[in-house]
Structure formats: structure tokens, C-alpha cells
Design a protein around this ligand. Sequence first.
Ligand code: SF4
Length: 353
Amino acid sequence: MSPFTTLLLQWWAIHQRQLPWKNTQDPYLIWLSEIMLQQTRVEQALPYYERLSAAFPTVKHLADASTDDLMRLWEGLGYYSRARNLHATAKHIAYQLDGHFPNTYQQILQLKGVGHYTAAAIASFAYNLPHAVVDGNVFRVLSRVFGIETPIDSTKGKQQFTQLANQFLPPNRPADFNQAIMDFGAIQCTPKPNCDTCSLQNICIAFEQKKTTTLPIKEKKIVKKERFFHYLLITDPQQQIYINRRTARDIWQHLYEFPCIETNKLLTNVELFPHINQLLQTNIAIENTSKPYTQQLTHRTVHAIFHHITCRTTPTTPAEWQHIPAADLSQYPFPKIITQFLADQSQQQQILF
Ligand code: SF4
């Protein structure tokens, strides 16, 4: 074994994280946890994993769940395409593969929503197959320890780091090595690294050359697009409210929202008025307007304002809008920006009606 692998496994023997999905070799539970951990911190994913694995203990349970039940349990975790892929894949495994989870790297890679990282994680953790995981933690550790300046978001970088990780993977302990390098990246060699207490200091090129803050290197910067949503809380004397499921291939697909007018900037009520009149084909009054809310997504910044609207006559509404009792709002999955608004409303004891 190389000094790097030996030191890493020694460090891990002492410092490894105890997480519920590490105590199983059930490929379904490992897959569930890995999908939840994509783009998400462990602390954030943990309670969701507990809830989902309890509600859907087998792939068959998940396959048979309703979309709304799954989305409600997923609500707040973000990246909702993961939940949709998870559901489609669970149905595929339960009904096309007779409930048998694929057991080779190539077969696992064929599953919807599973890329190289997730396939390697499932193959090694469930079946102890020799495939190295390569994610942000692994890029960071390898680039620092070996002083590699190839950008981690370049094709060349991805190939180079994948090759290196596989080169150091001990064939008899692939699962341990993968857990170790990820735990090391999450606890020790973090974005602001803890070099003072690091047992790999003597072999670390970034430490020796004082490059720990400049490595790893990224070549692309994310440019965020801004979006502006005006949500209409259209109420009536029967204490009903309109909601609408987002069906387009866009952010938050399958989640619910209030009827929305999207504009290219946040409008004043005076500017918004004609848009609402045109949409509802009736005279309306804006009773209240919320403060602006903001939600950061990876490639988007979403700004939203909520307007409480009353109508003089019954509005013309699209067939897909649902008219529900306001008391039932908690039964529907909403994007975080809306649940935040609803939580503020209930905290301030503001009542919509
Ligand atoms: S010495 Fe610092 S940069 Fe090098 S592996 Fe340890 S924590 Fe990471």
C-alpha cells in the first residue's frame, strides 16, 4: 500500500463518521442516501434520509408511493429532479428488474440519475467492488496532497483525478478507502483545511509549498440567472385558495405554488395591477403585499413577493389551478421560498382571511 493510502486508512480508523447509511450493505438504502447527498451537506440530508428510509424501507415501497407523498417528504431538500429520478428508477427496479438491484458498476450506471460517482459509491459500499469515488471532497484531497494544478472542473482534470483515486484504491478494501477519503475531505482537509492537526502533513505537497488555499483550482465560475416571481394568494369568502402544480421542465417541477406572474424585475403594485387583471379577467384588489423573499439555487437566484388578492367577481382561472381549503396547504409540497413565507405568516399570526 502507498504511504498515502496507509496514512489515510490509519486516520480513518480513528476519525470515521458514524452515519446511518454506513451501517448497511443494502444497495437500495445506499442508493437512497447517495442520491440525497448529491449537492447536499450530510447534516442537511440526515433527517431526510431517516424519514424517507422509514417511510419507504424497500424499493417496492418507494415504487408504490404517490408522487405527492414522496415530494412532501423531499420538500426543502432541493434539486427536485433527484426525487423524480429516484421514483422512476424505483419503479424500474421493482417492476422491470423484479425488485433485484443491479449488482455491477456498469449496470448501476445505467440507472436514471446515477452518474459515475454514485455508481462507484453503490458498487463499493454494497458489493465491495473496486471502483473509486471521485467527488468534490476527493478532488480537493488529491489535488492538495499531490499538488495537482489541473482544474478539477475540466475534462482532463476529471480523468486525471479519477485515475489517481483508482490507482490508490486497495483492491481488498475499496469501501473503506472510499469512505476514508470522503470523511477526510469532510472533516480534516476541508475547504479551510485543518493542517495543524493533519497526519498527512509530511506527505502533503500543498502544505509544503504553502498552496493549501489555492488548491484545488477551478476554471469556470457559475453565472447565476435572476428570476422574479409574483405569487398571487387569491382568496374568497369560503376560505379557499388557488394553487397550481409546476409541470414544466423548469425549477421545482412537480412542486406546488400559488398562481405566479413571472417578470424580468420585481414590479410595484401599480405596475403589477394590469398583469393580474389580464390574468384573472375581473376587477381585483391587492389587500396586502409581503416583503421580498430570496432563495439561492445553484444556477439561479429566485426573488418572490406574495400578494393577497381579493376579486370582485369569480375570476377566470385556468383548468389546472386547484381550488383548495387554505387549512389544507400543509398537505402539499411547496418550494422552500413558499414554505418560508407560510412559516412567517403563521409565526406572525397573520391570517390570510
Ligand atoms: S496538510 Fe492540510 S492540505 Fe494537506 S492533506 Fe492535511 S489538511 Fe489537507
